[in-house]
Write a protein that binds this ligand. Structure first.
Ligand code: CUA
Length: 173
């Protein structure tokens, strides 16, 4: 959904920008006094600046209000499953890929070559956990699977030509 919105707004903004360039090109033949033009557009710039700040504030508050993400995490004393995950060009090797609903999993993530991203997506393609897969380093994150389905691990770091093909599936029953 958000991809579609981004796609159409990008297209709209590109067309808008092309329109502005076209308008400027057409208007460039016309001669006029410089002073009133400056006054008018300096004012427009201030209004634009203020609107931009307001827009960015609204977007920031809206997108960051859920931080820190209130996701089920590791509770002390709770039994957890440890999974070692190794990223490589171009895939992931996990020593366990089937889990049950309610199971809390500790992912220990590393890589055998270059840096990759390890993004865990639920069946609705909503990201529920992520960390960086770094050479000679293990990053850990916890996830409690709260619904059944097929989850996907996607690489979130551009790591080479087949980066976009780098994925693995996890099944939760
Ligand atoms: Cu691995 Cu992108």
């Amino acid at each position: 959904m958000i991809q579609v919105v981004v796609w159409y707004s990008t297209l709209f903004l590109i067309l808008l920008l092309a329109g502005v360039f076209l308008w400027v090109a057409i208007q460039s033949k016309q001669k006029s006094d410089y002073a009133p033009v400056i006054k008018k557009w300096y004012k427009a710039r201030s209004v634009y600046g203020i609107l931009l700040v307001i827009l960015m504030l609204v977007v920031s508050i809206y997108t960051l209000r859920e931080l820190p993400f209130n996701k089920p995490a590791y509770v002390k004393g709770e039994e957890i499953t440890t999974v070692n995950a190794e990223a490589f060009q171009f895939g992931f090797e996990l020593d366990k890929k089937e889990f049950s609903v309610g199971e809390t999993v500790e992912f220990n993530v590393t890589t055998r070559d270059v840096t990759h991203g390890f993004g865990l997506y639920d069946p609705d393609m909503v990201i529920i956990g992520q960390t960086q897969a770094m050479p000679d380093y293990t990053n850990t994150f916890y996830v409690t699977f709260d619904k059944p389905g097929t989850y996907e691990v996607l690489c979130l770091e551009y790591c080479g030509l087949a980066h976009h093909l780098m994925k693995e599936e996890i099944v939760v029953k």
